[in-house]
Design a protein. Structure first.
Ligand code: PMP
Length: 437
């Protein structure tokens, strides 16, 4: 289906983008999307790709969902494209729907535009709560090594990508990172590791306001052991620390449960979500305990596009489709096929695929230099490049060292397309391993 080299005209678009957009916008592969439909994206030149990126985990219900498009059109045609202070019908309707799919006591919903804003807001809410129960000193925030919560100042500090923090001049001393207990890169995945790291930081539990954690760590996906999370939940309750699960990536069915924290059987105090909430337009939310959510007076937390009516209409249509068609169930069923396929690829190349992880329709193959535990970016990169030439699309390698081929198709994917993609991926691994040795 795909031409192996980018079309000359698409190269012109890429050159224009390179001229006018900063280096930080540069990714791979060099294609220019023209249209999209469900699990496929197309360029103008007759090429079609099976999208295994979900547009960076956004299009949970697929690209260009007809119901979402119609909802957007209807809202736009009403003329009410922007609204902020006065709730229009869609906003409370959406909040009610989100509350209905969230566990007790998480029943208040605050709408924002991006995941970064949501995590930033959760940090502020945690601190406000900490101060109210423990005084001015209770403002510490704990995030995890290799975590990601967005690119605003505090969200970036709470995230554990050390390379991305070099420009932060005045690091907030009350935001610390502790090891993420993934069981592969970190030797120790016991809760003692958490307690030791907190002790080492010099902060006492009485000085800690919040813990923020991705329900699965996006760089993997990596999951913490259930026992660890149970102990973390108990520790947070004991010390009146607000526990936030960042579900920006993992929410809305991705892992085969509506919220990924359901795998652990615990309930956080706050949830942050975004991306798959609308499968399209920029919308995010913080969902939480009313006593924590209601701490700020009217008008003091909103931003101009909070709960924009067009975004709300899109999200309503999107979540209804997700629920009506049980796409979370499809993610769970297809997830077993996906994981088995990835493990079969690893079995063929055990020396260079160190770790395979996944749940539902997100999985990662983590590459290593032959026979070691050293991450291998070049191999992951080459595999992705070869896939792109064969009509299977990923975003650039992820992971703290760019070593992971991450798979996250729309949750609508049927088994046949999943198996086709796995066959292409297996072939790409064979070729890349033969090439790179
Ligand atoms: N948290 C997580 C877990 C994410 O994956 C992301 C985005 N990749 C964010 C927060 C930030 O979301 P946004 O890019 O919408 O600001």
């Amino acid at each position: 289906i795909c031409t192996p080299v980018p079309h000359p005209e698409s190269i012109q678009h890429i050159e224009r983008s390179r001229k006018y957009e900063p280096l930080s916008m540069r990714g791979m592969p060099p294609i220019v999307w023209d249209r999209a439909e469900d699990i496929f994206v197309f360029d103008k030149y007759g090429n079609r790709w099976l999208d295994w990126s979900s547009g960076v985990l956004v299009t949970n219900c697929g690209h260009g969902v007809p119901e979402v498009r119609q909802a957007i059109i209807d809202q736009v045609n009403s003329g009410l494209i922007h609204n902020y202070v006065f709730p229009s019908e869609e906003r409370p309707e959406l909040c009610e729907l989100i509350a209905s799919v969230s566990p007790d006591p998480l029943k208040k919903v605050f709408l924002l535009s991006t995941g970064s804003e949501a995590t930033e807001c959760a940090i502020k809410l945690s601190r406000a709560h900490g101060i109210s129960v423990g005084g001015r000193e209770k403002i510490g925030i704990i995030g995890f090594d290799r975590g990601y919560h967005g690119r605003t100042l505090a969200s970036q500090q709470a995230g554990g990508m050390s390379g991305q923090k070099t420009w932060i001049v005045n690091m907030d001393p009350a935001i610390i990172n502790v090891p993420f207990p993934d069981g592969y890169w970190e030797g120790d995945s016991s809760f003692d590791g958490f307690l030791q790291a907190v002790e080492k930081s010099g902060m006492k539990p009485s000085q800690i306001a919040g813990v923020i954690m991705e329900s699965y760590q996006g760089v993997g996906p990596d999951f913490a052991p259930v026992e660890y999370i149970e102990k973390l939940r108990a520790w947070c309750t004991e010390h009146e620390v607000v526990l936030t699960f960042d579900e920006v990536q993992s929410g809305f069915g991705r892992t085969g449960k509506f919220w990924a924290f359901e795998h652990y059987g615990v309930v956080p105090d706050l949830i942050c979500c975004g991306k798959g909430i609308s499968s399209s337009l920029p919308l995010a939310a913080v969902i939480g305990r009313p006593d924590i959510m209601d701490q700020f007076p009217p008008g003091s937390m909103t931003s101009t596009h909070s709960g924009n009516p067009v975004c709300c209409a899109a999200a309503l249509a999107n979540i209804r489709k997700l629920l009506d068609e049980d796409l979370t169930g499809n993610a769970a069923r297809m997830g077993t096929v996906l994981l088995a396929g990835c493990l079969a690829i690893q079995a063929k190349h055990p020396e260079v695929i160190g770790n395979v992880t996944g749940a539902g329709l997100v999985a990662g193959l983590q590459t290593v230099k032959r026979g070691t535990k050293q991450p291998d970016h070049d191999l992951a990169h080459r595999v992705i490049e070869l896939c792109y030439q064969k009509g299977l699309l990923f975003f650039a390698p992820v992971g703290a060292w760019g070593q992971t081929v991450k798979i996250c198709p729309p949750l609508t994917i049927p088994q046949e397309a999943l198996e086709e993609g796995l066959a292409v991926l297996a072939e790409a691994f064979d070729e890349a391993v033969a090439e790179l040795g």
